[in-house]
Design a protein around this ligand. Sequence first.
Ligand SMILES: Nc1ncnc2c1ncn2[C@@H]1O[C@H](COP(=O)(O)OP(=O)(O)OP(=O)(O)O)[C@@H](O)[C@H]1O
Length: 356
Amino acid sequence: MSEVLDVSTILEVLRPVQDPELRKSLVELNMIRNVKVDAGLVSFTLVLTTPACPLREFIVEDCQKAVKKLPGVRDVKVDVTAETPQQKSLPDRTGIAGVKNILAVSSGKGGVGKSTVAVNVAVALAQTGAKVGMIDADIYGPNVPTMLGLSEAKVAVRQTPQGEVLEPAFNHGVKMVSMGFLIDKDQPVIWRGPMLNGIIRQFLYQVEWGELDYLIVDMPPGTGDAQLTLVQAVPMAGAVIVTTPQNVALLDSRKGLKMFQQMGVPVLGIVENMSYFIPPDLPDRQYDIFGSGGGEKTATELGVSLLGCVPLEIPLRQGGDRGIPIVAADPDSASAKALTQIAKQIAAKVSVAALA
Ligand SMILES: Nc1ncnc2c1ncn2[C@@H]1O[C@H](COP(=O)(O)OP(=O)(O)OP(=O)(O)O)[C@@H](O)[C@H]1O
């Protein structure tokens, strides 16, 4: 480590200090700003998303301890401020030419129906006449190709004067690239992880997207490196969090939500999936298998919208397996109606945010 006490040395010692909830580096989360060093006096600003952060004292203490370890530091002054996602400036993020709105669909936990929601929202948006693209960035289960009927598709690579570009696959009005096209299905997930960062950037900047109104990114579950890579690379129009009514899924989704807010990405709202079961033989009945009202409660608590509730319906799963999303296969079903409504809400929120 450098002997000189300067801004980069301070950032280096602060890098291992993590946000206790997100377990991610404060430096990477862009929470440390304005670092100044003056004759052994170090000062910086710690930027939180809420001034009432219950852990602020712990975070400040961790930062001070880390910096005081450096020789030559006499004192450390930490100013704590809060910044709402809307206030954040996104100076170093590069947009994609021709792509208007990049949206992340995320979940705290796997298997909650994130890909199902992402695919159906994409197709529903395309049905309204919008130009839609999708990136399937889920290394654990890249199942978007199957759900869009593109499991046999391959990405074509084209040489251009700017280098290699990928031509996306296309079906149901949606252009799509998937981790599944590039990784070997039998390759262990632990080997796929380190490739992810590079592949996400490639999917953003080296695909012939053309003009798109929406580029929807199906994220891996959780708050991992893929989320950071995406959010640090491109300006995002918003994130949608998919959850089920169960508490554990809700707790995990809170973490995801906080992470996007911390990184300055507006959270457009929560989708509650598998909200209730509609038996095929009794379509007028509904059963709350995983409890009810969880999505609504979390949305209210966290001050974000509940974009809609999608029922558990056998045809929705069958549509995914057959590669014909339910909004295309059976637009009158309860789940298709809910998903179409959710897509409309997302579009409305994106255009309102663009005007703000
Ligand atoms: N509302 C629903 N009704 C019936 N089946 C559903 C519903 N939502 C999702 N499924 C089914 O549940 C399974 C998991 O869904 P999906 O792959 O969308 O979840 P995921 O959260 O993306 O999972 P992973 O993170 O593991 O990729 C799929 O077989 C899907 O068809």
